[in-house]
Design a protein around this ligand. Structure first.
Ligand SMILES: Nc1ncnc2c1ncn2[C@@H]1O[C@H](COP(=O)(O)OP(=O)(O)OP(=O)(O)O)[C@@H](O)[C@H]1O
Ligand SMILES: [Mg+2]
Length: 339
């Protein structure tokens, strides 16, 4: 459905100089700076996939989406969406896609929502019969009827986002691009939006590409994620694999009776691994012994056995690294650091 081949996007802007003098100098200067927002990104996405496109602020996500929708033309490389190059055949491509930019609306601000839908029906040439059917479905999943007659500018953010999503789906597009569709929404509306996306994907096999900073969106919706950093692709694969590769650390916390005796234990040495692979942490106040370890190198039962030789264990808790932690680590230190 989607093929992206070595796309790059450079933005060229006049060079800026600091201060007032600089601003004046800038007016006359012809020097340019080139900002490479996306460099050499390739991927293929199959029919019906929901892919999370993630990366830190300014990584190049929106720029990629804009190239895939035909809003921007790649500096080099090409995209094919359902066989069409969006930068060459923008109109034809538009029939196949629906787009929601969470940060702004594509609806007519002063018109009642219902009229925006009527206009979109005409633009996309949706037959009366299809329109009826479609609206019934959209109403069901997005509950638009409560505010269908109100001008868009009077809608709350959550209502507007549901309206925008509905509008993007009116012509039953094969591909749906969602750029931060849950930004600023409360938990209930977020949940509604996620459920709607899931239902649409299941019912119509719609391919969905979603950029988001909300890890919940990813965990709820995406079987695959593509991660970019400074315009380059750094990961493409399943969520499980990412967790497996980078979330290899676990922590087991034990409330121990003979806390002081446990302090003499040299766990790493006894298990034959490095200190880094099996690190002991102490909470003197609560008398809790924590062990942070690499799950590929150390097993929980071996840790427990060692500790229980010395002390009674009153309570135990095992924590897996959360996806949010993994992603934060990768954004902060790059992919290699987390491996
Ligand atoms: N029209 C433009 N002119 C110049 N630079 C631009 C333009 N659009 C984007 N950029 C730059 O390209 C880079 C990537 O921007 P982009 O909007 O794709 O990031 P993003 O991954 O969507 O970030 P965010 O998570 O903040 O939305 C940024 O450094 C941005 O400043
Ligand atoms: Mg963006």
């Amino acid at each position: 459905m989607i093929e992206v081949n070595h796309i790059c996007k450079d933005f060229i802007s006049p060079k800026k100089y600091p201060g007032l003098k600089g601003a004046i100098k800038g007016l006359f200067s012809t020097e340019k700076v080139v900002k490479s927002a996306v460099s050499d990104i390739s991927f293929t996405i199959q029919d019906g996939e929901i892919v999370g496109y993630i990366g830190s602020n300014g990584a190049g996500k929106s720029t990629t989406i804009k190239m895939m929708t035909g809003i921007l033309k790649p500096t080099s490389g090409e995209c094919r969406i359902n066989g069409i190059d969006p930068s060459k055949k923008r109109k034809e491509n538009a029939k196949n896609i629906g787009v929601v930019f969470g940060q702004r609306t594509q609806l007519w601000w002063d018109l009642p929502l219902s009229e925006s839908f009527t206009i979109l029906k005409e633009i996309y040439n949706v037959s009366d019969e299809d329109y009826e059917k479609r609206m019934e479905f959209l109403n069901e999943v997005l509950e638009l009827s409560d505010f269908f007659d109100r001008p868009v500018r009077t809608l709350s953010l959550g209502q507007r986002m549901r309206a925008d999503l509905g509008a993007a789906l009116l012509h039953n597009p094969k591909v749906l691009y969602l750029d931060e569709p849950t930004i600023g929404l409360d938990l209930v509306v977020k949940d509604n939006i996620r459920r709607a996306i899931k239902e649409i994907n299941e019912k119509y096999n719609t391919t969905v590409i979603l950029t988001t900073h909300d890890i919940g969106d990813i965990e709820e919706l995406c079987s695959r994620i593509i991660m970019i950093d400074e315009g380059k692709k750094i990961y493409d694969g399943s969520l499980e694999r990412l967790k497996d590769l980078y979330g290899s650390r676990r922590k087991v916390s034990m409330e121990v009776k003979q806390y002081d005796s446990c302090k003499k234990l040299k766990l790493a040495e006894k298990l034959g691994v490095s200190e880094e692979d099996c690190r002991m942490e102490w909470d003197d106040e609560k008398k809790i012994l924590g062990v942070s370890f690499d799950k590929h190198k150390v097993q929980v039962p071996s840790i427990l056995n060692m500790v229980m030789e010395i002390s009674e264990v009153k309570d135990i808790q095992i924590q897996e690294t959360e996806l949010a932690e993994i992603v934060k680590e990768i954004y902060n230190h790059g992919l290699h650091a987390a491996v």
